[in-house]
Design a protein around this ligand. Structure first.
Ligand code: FE2
Length: 376
């Protein structure tokens, strides 16, 4: 049975001066947007939504937008050399560039963040087409990641002005992925508290959990993590840093191969993890595996659960319990050439935590992958 550590610090009672309705979209800079879009459709069950490229008058960049329930991914590649997108891909490989946050007033959000010390990514810009108007603004977060505030209350188009609807005869069935539950960042050693303060002071988030190297350590991995949440809990950003003296941990491997700080994993929620994971596996998504002995003591550790343990064992789904309920989770292998970003599939049955009781089993699974890569 795991417990949840609530940190004792000043950020528990943050003031919610920046209401956020949810995650609007995630934009990934990738080396081949067309093929990446096909991957997310075929493997993860996303559907074609919108497109921007040469046919729409975008001469420098091409973006494919795919959607599944409330999750939208924008996959962007350059159409020529010498662009900032190309430089980003050369340095980091494929990865998350933008976490877009859905707000009622993008100008207000920007001004509030800027007056509290944010670094500007883009000043408020209104874009219009025949479907209405969208206002977007943006600030920088850790590494080169940006948060774009999206105000779309006066818009009823497909995605954003500048995009056309992406009509496709190939629309795979959903795998049951519903929304972004949380998104984790890896930052350099000694920088976690800086970014915790940033989210508290600049964006009004509060710290809801904290883990240190006593909670999270194996022979190779020690990391510290604090979870920041906005006022209504729809946005949750755990921030990891490697613990000192452990130079071969998964966070160190990420920082080395991403060549800097960035998004480590995107956790997406489902209502039926057994069905979702079976479906994803049959479409070729690869998951971390854990020793089946994990399940021998599962009921002892988490008590009675609704799911059939044999199905969980067969799929490698992990379970953890906190004071409010339990959760089921599983992690994909990394999804691009570099061993950097991956996805988590999560089903919450009351639990509001992040699976601390699974950290050891999970990290040992990651280390087995690191060993194969020669980075342990
Ligand atoms: Fe997670």
């Amino acid at each position: 049975m795991s417990t949840t550590t609530v940190a004792q610090n000043d950020h528990k009672e943050a003031q919610d001066f920046m209401p956020i309705n949810g995650t609007d979209y995630l934009e990934l800079y990738v080396s081949n947007s067309k093929q990446a879009a096909h991957y997310y459709k075929t493997a993860f069950g996303f559907k074609s939504l919108a497109y921007k490229g040469l046919e729409t008058g975008s001469r420098d960049f091409e973006s494919y937008v795919v959607e599944q329930d409330k999750i939208r991914l924008v996959l962007t590649s350059p159409l020529k050399s010498g662009t900032d997108v190309g430089r980003h891909i050369d340095k980091h490989g494929d990865g998350v560039k933008i976490t877009a946050l859905w707000v009622d007033d993008a100008t207000y959000a920007y001004e509030e963040a800027m007056k509290r010390g944010a670094k500007s990514y883009m000043e408020p810009v209104a874009e219009e087409d025949e479907f209405g108007k969208v206002v977007r603004s943006g600030i920088y977060s850790y590494g080169e990641v940006g948060h774009i505030f999206v105000e779309r209350k006066n818009y009823n188009g497909t995605f954003l002005p500048g995009y056309q609807k992406w009509e496709s005869d190939y629309q795979p069935t959903s795998t049951g992925l519903k929304f972004v539950d949380h998104m984790v960042g890896n930052v350099e050693e000694g920088r976690m508290n800086y970014w915790v303060d940033f989210y508290a002071n600049v964006m009004g988030f509060k710290q809801i959990m904290s883990f240190d190297d006593k909670d999270i350590s194996t022979d190779y991995t020690a990391l510290m993590s604090k979870v920041m949440s906005n006022g209504n809990g729809r946005i949750k950003f755990p921030i990891n840093e490697p613990a000192p003296g452990m130079k071969k941990s998964q966070v160190d491997e990420y920082l080395e191969f991403y060549e800097g700080e960035g998004v480590q994993h995107i956790a997406v929620a489902t209502d039926d993890i057994v069905k979702t994971v079976s479906d994803l596996k049959s479409r070729g998504v690869e998951f971390l595996t854990i020793p089946t002995t994990y399940y021998d003591v599962l009921t002892e550790r988490v008590g009675e659960i609704d799911e059939d343990i044999d199905s969980l064992r067969k799929l490698g789904i992990l379970v953890d319990r906190d004071d409010e309920g339990y959760l089921l989770q599983i992690f994909t292998k990394t999804v691009q050439a570099r061993p950097t970003m991956f996805f988590e599939i999560i089903q919450r049955k009351g639990a509001t935590s992040f699976g601390k009781g699974n950290f050891k089993a999970l990290f040992e699974a990651i280390e087995r992958e690191q060993e194969l890569r020669g980075t342990l």
